[in-house]
Design a protein around this ligand. Structure first.
Ligand SMILES: *Cc1c(COP(=O)(O)O)cnc(C)c1O
Length: 225
């Protein structure tokens, strides 16, 4: 890439509707490069590995107004660490994990912001509720009062064309509305975390409120590792 991080961030930020929060996915990105992104206005960073995040959070301690988002698959035994490091967890992908996070959040006296990860189409490579399971589990999830359930997160399976990807995002938006209309006391559905570098334009079209962008801001990960 020939442009600077700052230029790329400025260009993408200005192309997004003001209702969309730009989350910079900084997995594998060195702390120094994250500083450049911060200088260009980024305040939301997302990581997918606990250890890597802990190290970089320590290195960036002086940037105290960063909001940290966890977007990776979270194992139950790392739930406590995740709650210590992150105020948002986008990838809560099963009921047991949600329950565990709720228990630990109570012990730590925190109220993490959570998105429930859904699979609109079957995808053996990913975690997440399918639609039927999720609708079934809502009455239990509604009891997890230490979690601030903010909305849904989705990642379309690989290999779809644009129309199919848009359909996944639209279906996710409609599912959030269905859930919102059920008026649960402890489940909010204001947020849609969807869209990555290759498909965020479609996600925005479908009503995403948070896009998670890595490659398009920081360059190809395989060239970095
Ligand atoms: C890596 C990752 C992203 C960012 O992907 P890019 O294609 O690099 O923008 C977004 N969301 C999740 C869950 C990821 O793991």
């Amino acid at each position: 890439m020939t442009s600077s991080i700052g230029e790329r961030i400025a260009k993408i930020s200005s192309s997004l509707p003001s209702s969309v929060r730009l989350i910079a996915v900084s997995k594998t990105v060195p702390a120094a490069m994250m500083r450049s992104a911060y200088a260009a206005g980024i305040r939301d960073f997302a990581e997918s590995r606990i250890q890597e995040a802990a190290k970089k959070q320590a290195e960036l301690q002086d940037l105290s107004d960063i909001t940290w988002h966890f977007i990776g698959h979270l194992q139950s035994n790392k739930a406590k660490k995740a709650l210590e490091l992150f105020s948002w967890i986008h990838s809560v992908d099963n009921l047991q994990l949600a329950q565990r996070l709720d228990q630990i959040a109570e012990q730590l006296a925190v109220t993490p912001n959570v998105c429930l990860q859904v699979k609109i189409l079957p995808d053996p490579n990913k975690g997440g509720w399918n639609v039927t399971q999720l609708l079934n589990d809502l009455s239990v999830i509604n009891q997890y009062k230490n979690l601030h359930i903010q909305g849904l997160m989705t990642i379309p399976p690989l290999g779809l064309n644009e129309a199919e990807i848009l359909n996944v995002f639209n279906t996710t938006r409609d599912l959030a509305k269905t859930i919102r209309d059920q008026n649960w006391s402890h489940i909010e559905m204001q947020h849609l975390s969807m869209g990555m570098s290759g498909d965020y334009h479609l996600a925005v079209q479908a009503g995403a409120t948070m896009v998670r962008l890595g490659t398009i801001l920081f360059g190809d990960r395989t060239q970095r590792m």
